[in-house]
Ligand binder design. Sequence first.
Ligand code: CP
Ligand code: NVA
Length: 341
Amino acid sequence: MNGGNTMGINMDAFKGRDFLKLLDFTSDEIKALLDFSAELKEKKKNRVPHRLCDGKSVALIFEKSSTRTRCAFEVACCDLGIHPVHLDPRSSQMGKKESIPDTARVLSRMFDGIEYRGYGQDIVEEIAEYADVPVWNGLTDDAHPTQILADFLTAREKFGSLEGKKLIFIGDSGFNMGHSLMIGCAKMGMHFVACSPEKYLPRKPLVDKAREIAKETGGSVTLETDPSKAAKDADIIYTDVWVSMGEPDEVWKERIDDLMPYQVNAKLMSYASPDCIFMHCLPAFHDLRTGIGRENYQKFGVTEMEVTDEVFESKASVVFDEAENRMHTIKAVIAATIGEW
Ligand code: CP
Ligand code: NVA
């Protein structure tokens, strides 16, 4: 490797850094990570070896369930030459018998990086404070930054660039996905619209922060309660589950009552630009082929929730491209922060 440069991108700025939230990265740094992800994707497709972290080990802590994020980290590790070790609350002492600072210091002595998925953003920040190695946020209640990289890589593949594109996030926009997309869009000079009933809109201090950033980048941040207005001429319509991991099952009824008018369906898509794409971080409730989907059908008579099966399965839907890109973008974050150049 030559002095921090690989594949034409200078990655020195990332070495040793945590990846906790997008606010910690400049617009140019986010673009560089997307470029790096695209390069790594190309290499993977062409079966060009890219073991940029050969011989390293990382800890992957999952306090909440995961399919995409866990698999993305594990496959990325394998491609990079890293040995990953998975830890969950049942198989580790963290939190119950051992404090977060102690766990972080122990893991730092054995691993070259630590991924954490769990509840409060304060927990991942505390791990990062005590760890001597890079810490990566695999999702908290506040942020899901690696997901946003995958979403942006996907949108860039479809549109060529992100700047000036209008993305609406509709549904429960005051949780991790709405928050992270709002900051990410502002950083990329995009026009972000959060569309929800008042009580589900993003938190005011974060909206103010995003607006400050958007002023610099030429983007904008709008809050809207009317779905037809929000979707007008949108390039991207994005939604997420109405009840997130860690929230009690009891809130389903209220969420369904409040958010059904915010479902992504063919009518909503018809207000958008003709080339509009549909995005979702997944998993999604678009049919009755899940346990929760069937339970909610029995209890409340709903067959589809945040998105109809018609839209989910339509040509506009890029959800599985996003899922694939989780791996390429997570690989870029790992390699950029702990790779040997
Ligand atoms: N989108 C996402 O983070 O999926 P998992 O919960 O399966 O990791
Ligand atoms: N808001 C969802 C995102 C899942 C990727 C959750 O936190 O469960």
